[in-house]
Design a protein around this ligand. Structure first.
Ligand code: GRF
Length: 209
């Protein structure tokens, strides 16, 4: 029996929020409690999804603050007030300052539409298409101070012999994202992840009890 309290999660978004929706539909109210959704953009569809699920929302626009650091200080304060234990970046299109990443070290994860370390950063699928790969994929990883460079939690490939457009590849990757991100949150909520002491880049997954 799982006697743990649900993990207090905040989700940072900028856009449509289909990954947020996947979290709401799976882990929210079970292993995890999404206690807040913060958007970098006021009109993000993700905010409507959060509101429909009765989740508190906030907007932290870069232009409303003096600097990225100032915005992240306000965001960090908002997260601390809500006693957030895990921050999930789900289509969050802003760079977080190094201070913010250090303050929440080991407690930020991201979903990225490539098999890292291939194609980090923006336009990952376009990069992969330009390179001509036939195997695409999704990575869920811890966030460090680099660009999509933190330790890998979960990864899954998708072979596409005739990939088509970036939109078509994204469509094909969506189901993987929507499964892997909740799976990663579940693993963290159940305390099943730990860094390998011999090489902390390698994340060990404890077997299910
Ligand atoms: C996803 O493709 C994710 O991998 C990337 O941004 C996109 C967000 O989509 N980081 P959504 O807003 O969750 O629908």
């Amino acid at each position: 029996m799982n006697t743990r309290e649900p993990l207090r999660v905040a989700v940072l978004v900028s856009g449509t929020g289909t990954n947020l929706q996947a979290l709401i539909d799976t882990v929210h109210g079970h292993e995890a409690q999404i206690v807040g959704v913060a958007s970098s953009a006021p009109g993000a569809r993700a905010l409507e999804r959060a509101a429909s699920a009765g989740i508190e929302t906030a907007v932290f626009e870069r232009v409303a603050h003096e600097s990225r650091q100032a915005r992240d200080a306000a965001l960090g304060q908002w997260l601390r007030e809500r006693e957030v234990e895990l921050i999930v970046l789900a289509g969050y299109m802003e760079l977080l300052s190094a201070d913010f990443v250090r303050a929440f070290a080991g407690a930020i994860i991201n979903v990225h539409p490539s098999l890292l370390p291939a194609f980090p950063g923006l336009r990952a699928i376009e990069q992969a298409l330009e390179y001509g790969v036939r195997v695409f994929g999704v990575t869920v990883h811890f966030v460090d101070e680099g660009t999509d460079s933190g330790p890998v939690i979960l990864q899954e490939p998708l072979a596409l012999a005739d990939p088509g457009t970036a939109a078509e590849v994204l469509g094909a990757l969506r189901p993987l994202e929507h499964r892997l991100l909740p799976d990663a949150v579940r693993l963290i909520a159940r305390g099943r992840l730990s860094p390998d002491p011999a090489n902390p880049r390698r994340i060990r997954i404890a077997p299910a009890p």
